[in-house]
Design a protein around this ligand. Structure first.
Ligand SMILES: *Cc1c(COP(=O)(O)O)cnc(C)c1O
Length: 394
């Protein structure tokens, strides 16, 4: 019940125990096609280039960046937490000239702030998180895609922590590229990352590939299209591998693809609206309980992620002792955070398979008991009663 990874849905674990196949097995090619169609539905997109990268969330972020960025290209990172910093680091290593704008941890950007940075810097690529679990904040993205297109910039969104926990209609919001992972709201293991790319972005990447191959596309300029420095993360090769041409790239991580496919099937069977409502309800219950326990919530509550809640650790209470007691005595993991927030806040997650009434109530009951044992003074039972009231009201 922390910020992830979380428990996998048992259906996902069962899918992962199926026999292995190779990537050219006809049945496996069907699973790959299936998985593409399923993730088009998950991302609410018609993007042809919707596929999976074999690696954790950052492998998908890196794949896009190393495949798109040529040395000296400008990249603007809108960072509001640890994972914004990660994207800046990846972009720098890919050779970009990086500018980072930062929102104070616990807050997000007004789109106008991002727009003025785009105007001042004219980036090729703008990258940000939708939800940054390190701060539990959710960046509103409705306007950002349109805004980037108006200024000729590509928008890359890291939705690892938010995909399937909160709406992200990729086509509606005109987002060029979204990367995700299974280990947060998709209720699966880490190790494979679903990704979707607009046709225009895929064209930019394939054009670079053609230049590498010695072809000269229309409007070619000398020096354009320097070789993609990574073989494993060469998105042009990965697109060809997933396409009907099925050009060989790597040996498919079959078991991970079974997991990705099953996660999407589970999500779509429940339905976008129902899953989002389930996460929002868990969030309301946790927020109500923590408030009733006189704990102070962290960050701008109007832009809080629904699947994880940040709360200040009360004065005089040891973060480590509470977290250890939760884990050792109740088998429940909650998180603290990184950098300036380490040991200052706890992060309580309710996502994917764990965004359920029973898990939420048991976690809150355990937290009450442990905090009382540590000498924290509050009305015993107030938290759990408030959470139950939220669930009873629906
Ligand atoms: C959890 C998380 C990640 C995790 O990246 P991994 O490479 O899978 O460890 C990335 N981005 C965000 C926003 C996250 O919350």
């Amino acid at each position: 019940m922390g910020p992830g990874p979380i428990n996998a849905d048992p259906r996902v674990l069962r899918a992962m125990s199926a026999q292995l196949l190779g990537q050219f097995d006809p049945q496996f090619r069907d699973y790959m096609r299936d998985t593409q169609a399923l993730y088009r539905a998950v991302f609410e997109t018609a993007n042809v280039h919707t596929l999976c990268i074999d690696g954790t969330a950052r492998s998908a972020i890196e794949t896009v960046m190393v495949s798109l960025i040529e040395p000296g290209d400008r990249v603007l990172i809108a960072s509001f937490g640890r994972f914004g910093q990660l994207k800046a680091e990846i972009a720098r290593r890919a050779g970009a000239e990086v500018r980072v704008i930062e929102a104070e941890w616990g807050s997000v950007f007004d789109p106008a702030q991002i727009e003025s940075a785009i105007k001042a810097f004219s980036p090729k690529l703008v990258a940000c998180c939708q939800g940054d679990t390190s701060t539990t904040m959710l960046q509103p993205l409705q306007e950002l895609g349109r805004l980037c297109r108006r200024h000729g910039a590509i928008l890359q969104v890291d939705a690892t922590a938010s995909i399937c926990g909160t709406p992200l209609p990729v086509d509606d919001w005109q987002i060029d590229c979204v990367t995700g992972a299974l280990q947060k709201c998709l209720a699966g293991p880490s190790g494979i990352a679903p990704i979707t790319l607009s046709d225009d972005l895929a064209k930019v990447i394939m054009r670079r590939r053609h230049v590498e191959e010695g072809l000269r596309p229309a409007g070619y300029q000398a020096g354009e299209g320097r070789i993609i420095s990574s073989n494993y993360f060469d998105l042009a090769m990965i697109i060809d591998y997933w396409s009907e041409r099925a050009l060989n790239h790597h040996t498919e991580a079959t078991t991970m693809l079974y997991a990705a496919r099953e996660c999407a099937r589970i999500f779509l069977q429940e339905g976008h609206a129902q899953v989002f409502a389930r996460h929002a309800l868990a969030s309301r219950a946790i927020v109500a309980a923590l408030g009733a326990m006189k704990l102070r919530l962290f960050g701008d509550q109007s832009n809080k992620m629904p699947n994880v809640t940040g709360v200040w650790i009360p004065d005089g209470i040891s973060s480590d002792r509470v977290r250890s007691a939760m884990l050792d005595e109740f088998n429940i993991e909650i998180g603290t955070s990184f950098g300036p927030l380490h040991g200052k806040i706890w992060r309580i997650g309710a996502m994917g398979y764990n965004a359920r009434q029973d898990t939420v109530l048991v976690t809150l009951a355990a937290l009450e008991t442990v905090l009382a044992g540590e000498g924290y003074r509050f009305t015993r039972g107030a938290g759990i009663d408030s959470a139950r009231a939220v669930y009873h009201a629906g």
